[in-house]
Design a protein around this ligand. Sequence first.
Ligand SMILES: [Zn+2]
Length: 118
Amino acid sequence: MTDNDQDIPSNATIRQEYVKCGNPDCQNSHGPYLYAYWKQDKKLEKRYVGKNFEAFRLRQIAKEIKIKPSQYMKFKFLEEQANKGNVLAKQYLEKLRNEQVSIDWAHRVLINNNQHNW
Ligand SMILES: [Zn+2]
C-alpha cells in the first residue's frame, strides 16, 4: 500500500491517460498512466495511482477491509485463486468484505483445500 492511495475514495473514477513528455528533446507521449478523479468540497481532485489497474484495485479492496501490510500476501493469494475461478476463494473474499471471516482463517482453509482436492 502506498501513501498515495490513502485519501482516494472508493467511488473515485479511474482514467487512463497519456502524458506529454517533459523532456524537450522527446516529442512523444508516455503512458498510459492511471489517475483517480473525484469531487471533494466541490473541487475536482486528481491523483496519480500508478500503471497497473489490477494492482490499484487490489490495494483499494485491501484498504476497504483493513488488511494489514503483513497480511497482504495472503490477501493477494485469495484474490489470485478467485480470479482463477476458485469458488471458495470468491466466497471468502465476499465474506472478508462483510467482515464475516478473518484473512488468516480464509487463507488457511484455502491452502488446506488446495492440498486435499487439487
Ligand atoms: Zn519522453
